[in-house]
Design a binder for this molecule. Sequence first.
Ligand code: FBP
Length: 546
Amino acid sequence: MTQISALQKARAAYAPKLPPVLNECGPFVKALEGEPTQSVADQDKIKALFPDTYGLPAIKFVPGKSFETKPINVGVILSGGQAPGGHNVISGLFDGLKGLNPANQLFGFLGGPDGLINDKYILLDEKFVDQYRNTGGFDMICSGRTKLDDDEKFAKVAATCKAHGISAVVIIGGDDSNTNACTLAQYMIDHKTGVQVIGCPKTIDGDLKNAWIEVSFGFDTATKVYSELIGNIMRDANSARKYWHFIKLMGRSASHIALECALQTHPNACIISEEVEQKKTSLDELADSLTKIVVDRAEKGFNFGVVLIPEGLVEFVPEMQSLIAAINDLLSEKAAEFEAQPTKDAKAEFISKNLSAENAATLGKLPVAIRDQLLGDRDPHGNVQVSKIETEKLLIALIEKRIKALPKKVKFSTQAHFFGYEGRCAAPSNFDADYCYSLGYTASALIGAGKTGYMSSVRNISCPASEWEAGGIPLTMMMNMEHRHGKDVPVIKKALVELDGKPFKTFAASRDAWATGVDYLYPGPIQYFGPAEVCDRVTKTLELEH
Ligand code: FBP
């Protein structure tokens, strides 16, 4: 890096806060063990698959005496989508390991799991790490989406570790990456490699959480960035009073991001996919209810508004769920025939002919652009890439059609947006800077305590950092069996929005008033310097949940 911004310079000097136990004792802490734990479901099956890490106790660190540790080598990877604060996890891990023994070495494997598999790394030293403290992004060692999911890859990872004398690996990732960390931990035990595996909870989506992991890192910063942008758009909408803004928000599956942004900004409508699924709301019903909001507001002279849409919505709408599943099956059976069709229309006709009448009718109702998106992009498994479907434009088109059919004229001018990449690499908020540094530091303490198969856990985080607790949660505790790609596999249970939880209930209690009025909240940009109530505030979700 040749040049850094004024903010980067100032942020480099920020000293992230740690839980008191780590502040006092550094990584020399005692692991206080709780009762044996159980997986969230399918206990017998999970136990059989992870015989050595199943049932481990949850750990809380308490003050301990400093002890001598032999020098060790540790590897770290960033896995999956970027999330603000990843660099601070690595900084915390680095500082903790150096605290245990200055001769400890940290290998940063490059490009995610691929780096571990193919032995591509850089050795992290103080000067290098210092450049990345409190910065956003994953560019320090980059990330990747390769899955560490079979014995062949595990054997390569074990060989990499052996080649460098690495005795612990830290995987910073989401639910899938931590599922893989759990399997890797068991593999390392089975093959007597002596390599410890520790996970760290990352994802802006906020869907890696449970009773012990209160939030995944990155959610705080990303939702604050999106909420700032939404607030700015609301103010613009309320100033010009001529546009309806349809804003799709990232979050592959769960609607936590959309819900949090709604709580921070008070939009005129926000769709929550989990509610759509529970109520089996059809696309037509969704479009009808949004049209009603547009018409009701128009009657009050409000020809403007803001609608939030979660990225994963189409997978939760029943008829779309059924259509996508049918297209996926069809394409896996008849891929060659499909590809041989000369035009997009011919491809659509071919698919339509091979679908059930109901699915064909759903496909027929979609605007052509959306139909083509559905049939166009494929993921590496050959499945429809739902995240590429422009749901915001789909809803606009469906509402436009309804408005045109009305007997009276209603003004409906629209703008479509998608906020995702704008927030994933933002400079971490104070919360994420502190939380991430603490997660990394806690991971070093877990390594120092000789643990494997654990996720680094920092708790009580809705309170000031002076009340935070550090420890570890057995990865097996978060697992259940799920049917994926034709077989039952152990996975960490994804946390979707709970409709009986306080964040959703708070939103549901206010949404009718937000729909008709102008109740917008303008959160403004993330503040790094200033009063704690502005700079250190946690998300509404965390505040309401805890
Ligand atoms: P992770 O679950 O790996 O953290 O990624 C989350 C995410 O940001 C989703 O919100 C989004 O759907 C997806 O990544 C986008 O993936 P890509 O970066 O490959 O475009």
